[in-house]
Design a protein around this ligand. Structure first.
Ligand SMILES: [Zn+2]
Length: 104
């Protein structure tokens, strides 16, 4: 599934939370994403709705150093490594490669 972008997926006031405080956002297609930025304007993280369509929200920080995903620098067709594992009940696990989410 191809990633799509919509800044409204970063409106946390629209999130709902399950009994384990995991965020969900309904009403957006699976794999809808938005890049958040640091105060200096550099990219901080990719926020997205779960590629399975369950409505769970994920976020992958992209740091130059440790504790983040490696990012190819492409805003429109990003590649993130290593794989992405959703912490939501669906447990989606897959890759984002050249702007395409693909389950493992
Ligand atoms: Zn899911």
């Amino acid at each position: 599934m191809n990633i799509t972008f919509d800044p409204r997926v970063f409106d946390i006031t629209s999130y709902t939370y399950d009994d384990q405080n995991r965020p969900f956002l309904k009403g957006f297609p699976a794999g809808t994403a938005h890049w958040s930025k640091r105060v200096d304007g550099t990219i901080h993280a990719l926020h997205f709705t779960c590629p399975c369509g369950c409505g769970a929200c994920g976020a992958t920080p992209v740091y130059a150093g440790s504790n983040g995903w490696c990012w190819n620098g492409d805003l429109e067709k990003p590649t993130l490594t290593p794989s992405i594992k959703m912490l939501s009940p669906c447990g989606w696990h897959g890759y984002l490669t050249d702007g395409v989410f693909k389950r493992c």
